[in-house]
Design a protein around this ligand. Structure first.
Ligand SMILES: O=C(O)c1cc(C(=O)O)c2c(n1)C(=O)C(=O)c1cc(C(=O)O)[nH]c1-2
Ligand SMILES: [Ca+2]
Length: 706
């Protein structure tokens, strides 16, 4: 049996081999935590999301940041030991759905592994940060691949997956020799077109029978392994969490149906060979972006009187699964949230009992719970063996999902999910703007009353892993507010929030014992370690990830920008300096008067459509967005608009070139649309200014538009 919890060091992202985010350190207690204060902080010089949990070994803290940059610091002082600033092809942003986040490093035997947004896996020297080897994990596939996940070491190989199931990707993981970087094996998570020849292995031959032979093989099928890859030394297995299907709806992806293995599954692989040991599919025939990619927790629980090696998993689909690590058999599955895509999980077969009357949006708009952001997403949970509870961020929220009939042509490196979605918190405001037949259909749905009642909420919960029951809950500020969790043997729960607080709770009662206002939005999981007899707690701060350009108004990132930082606390530490508040908004500058002044309504409509198809996933055009608000372009930006959009003038800053996809007249149409928006918002804001009102009124533009 594996020892639960990290000790003085925190050598793995999840703390221990089980990934419990539990520490055996006990210096910081409920009694003394009131004196917790800042030991040191470290600026990351980025305003993008921070999702990694640092690793600490022998007084050295190592972590990754935006797009796969990495840093090693003295864990007691924050002094920089080395910094890894690889050259990254920012064109990768064209196919990055969810920010330039990176979920961490793996450290093993003097090597640090990190993967960059453009899919290069690096092995670095732990002491110096020098590159030992590098491997192009995307192999120049020409597909919409990116990478945001942490590598995982399994014996003498290191594994990495990739992102892009909303684009045109056939998901896979690859194992590289830890010493040389030579590729050992690759496991594709979904089959290829059977007409193109035999599958890569017998398990995929089995999988292909669960797909329509006429599936959308051109799109790739999805199944990206964009987050959890977990090595289990007890059973010498690597568990991978497989992502959603592409296109989203099975009726489009695999029209005749089928489970579409291994989408939305946990697959146990042999680290030597890459062959399947067992698999468990959480969402057969996924149509809802119900990835199974979230972090897993490996531990041992007493089940029906027997000490059982289990894997705990709370994926997007709303259930908490307890799976037998010996064979992949389902032991428990309990819903954590209101969900309507199934009437329950059959304990005998392990299969969900589907409710297409609620959730099949191929026959009309449906309000489906949970929504695509998931009841849980990548934010790590913590399992605390002392309380026996599982602590994590749980989101009660749904979304309206719709699709147009027929198949869309394949879009190379484009978004091919072919479904529209509107999150339930936005739905009452958005619905009146939708076509009247949609409005009527939505109001006739049984879930509409739930939406009107506004029952959505985000909570930090302490959960009984075997029943799914909530023992206590603490509210987050809104649905975009959730974070990773750390627990310790002294009975504490640590979790930050997007408002900018670093919170410490009593593990038993949920009482809030300490809350430090850091002025920095926190979504990552904290970790803890001890150096020279002092216990430190570290967390990375920075809002981002899915929906990153939509900065919630309650967030520190809204009030004070979003400067990424590593924050490290200890007992008796000092004040945490907060970044300055942003100055009040000025009205949008005037757009050049003569520019596209006579653009036709057709041109503007064309520009608008192109903007929402290609640009809106990064440019929310809201106040205080992380990416430029294109309604506020300065005169010079208008001058160089086409150089930026078509020639890649700002590719180094993260704005990719679209010259291969958009013609000059497309760029002009987008520009004309944006100028119209700029003129409109300027008029509104000048009026507000005249009335002495704040300019940042809640925006009518909402998040749910991708
Ligand atoms: O299907 C994919 O390949 C993919 C990748 C990623 C990613 O790499 O971050 C996310 C998602 N999907 C996704 O569905 C999702 O909700 C999501 C949230 C986040 C985040 O970092 O907050 N990433 C992703
Ligand atoms: Ca996805």
């Amino acid at each position: 049996m594996m020892q639960v919890g990290a000790g003085r060091d925190w050598p793995l992202a999840g703390g221990d081999v089980g990934g419990t985010y539990f520490s055996r350190l006990e210096d910081i207690t409920p009694e003394n935590v009131s004196s917790l204060g800042l030991a040191w902080d470290y600026p990351l010089y980025t305003n993008r999301g921070q999702e990694a949990t640092p690793v600490e070994i022998d007084g050295v803290l190592v972590t990754s940041s935006t797009a796969g940059r990495a840093v090693a610091l003295d864990a007691a002082t924050g002094e920089e030991i080395w910094r890894f600033d690889p050259e990254i092809d920012m064109q990768a942003n064209r196919v990055a759905c969810c920010d330039m986040v990176n979920r961490g490093v793996a450290v093993d035997d003097g090597r640090v592994f990190v993967a960059t947004l453009d899919g290069v896996l690096y092995a670095l020297d732990f002491k110096s940060g020098e590159i030992l080897w590098q491997a192009d994990t995307h192999d120049g596939s020409g597909r919409g691949l990116s990478s945001t996940g942490a590598p995982e070491v399994a014996g003498d190989v290191v594994l990495i997956g990739n992102s892009g199931a909303e684009y045109d990707v056939r998901g896979f993981v690859t194992a590289y020799d830890v010493e040389t970087g030579a590729a050992r094996w690759r496991f594709y998570t979904v089959p290829h077109d059977p007409e193109a020849g035999p599958q890569e292995n017998p398990e995929l031959e089995e999988a292909v029978t669960t797909w329509d032979p006429e599936s959308r093989w051109d799109v790739g099928g999805g199944g990206t392994v964009w987050d959890a890859i977990h090595y289990d030394p007890e059973f010498d297995a690597v568990y991978i969490g497989v992502g959603n299907g592409g296109p989203y709806h099975r009726a489009k992806r695999s029209p005749s149906g089928g489970d579409n293995l291994y989408l939305s599954s946990i697959v146990a692989l042999d680290p030597e060979t890459g062959r399947v040991k067992w698999h468990y599919q959480e969402t057969p025939g996924d149509s809802w972006d119900f990835t199974a990619t979230g972090p897993m927790t490996l531990t041992t629980l007493e089940i029906d009187g027997e000490e059982t090696p289990v894997l705990l998993h709370a994926p997007k689909n709303g259930f908490l699964y307890v799976i037998d690590r010996r064979n992949g058999k389902l032991l428990r599955a309990n819903a954590l949230v209101f969900q309507n895509w199934t009437s329950g999980i059959n304990a005998e077969t392990g299969r969900p009992v589907m409710t297409p009357e609620n959730a099949d949006y191929s026959t009309g708009p449906k309000i489906i719970y949970p929504g695509t952001p998931g009841a849980s997403n990548w934010h790590p949970f913590s399992y605390n063996p002392q309380t026996g509870l599982y602590y994590g961020a749980v989101l009660e929220m749904g979304n309206l999902m719709m699709m147009t009939p027929g198949q869309k042509p394949y879009k190379e490196k484009g978004i091919n999910s072919d479904a529209s979605l509107i999150f339930t918190p936005d739905l009452p405001a958005v619905l009146p703007g939708l076509p009247s037949f949609v409005q009527e259909a939505v109001k006739a749905l049984p879930e509409w009353s739930r939406v009107e009642e506004g029952l959505d909420k985000s909570e930090l919960r302490a959960i009984d892993p075997l029943t799914g029951e909530t023992v206590w809950a603490a509210p987050y500020a809104g649905w975009q507010d959730r974070s990773g969790v750390l627990t310790t043997a002294s009975g504490l729960v640590f979790a930050g929030d997007v408002r900018g607080f670093f919170n410490v709770y009593d593990a038993e009662s949920g009482d809030l014992l300490k809350s430090i206002d850091t002025g920095a939005s926190i979504i990552a999981a904290p970790m803890t370690y001890e150096v020279d007899g002092v216990q430190y707690v570290a967390v990375m701060a920075g809002w981002g990830g899915g929906g990153w350009p939509y900065v919630p108004r309650y967030g520190a990132a809204y009030e004070r920008r979003n400067d990424g930082r590593i924050l490290v606390f200890k007992l008796g530490g000092g004040e945490t300096p907060k970044p300055d508040k942003l100055p009040p908004l000025e009205p949008a500058p005037a757009a050049p008067e003569d520019l596209f002044a006579d653009a036709s309504p057709e041109t503007i409509a064309h520009g608008r459509a192109l903007f929402f198809d290609n640009c809106a996933i990064c440019h929310s055009n809201q106040h205080r967005s992380i990416s430029p608000d294109l309604r506020r372009m300065q005169p010079y930006t208008h001058e160089i608009f086409n150089d930026i959009l078509l020639e890649g003038l700002l590719v180094q800053n993260g704005m990719p070139s679209w010259g291969d996809l958009l013609m000059e007249e497309d760029a002009d149409a987008i520009h004309a649309y944006l100028i119209g928006e700029q003129r409109r918002i300027r008029a509104v804001e000048l009026e507000l200014q005249k009335e002495g009102l704040p300019l940042d009124q809640p925006s009518a533009a909402l998040l749910s538009n991708y």
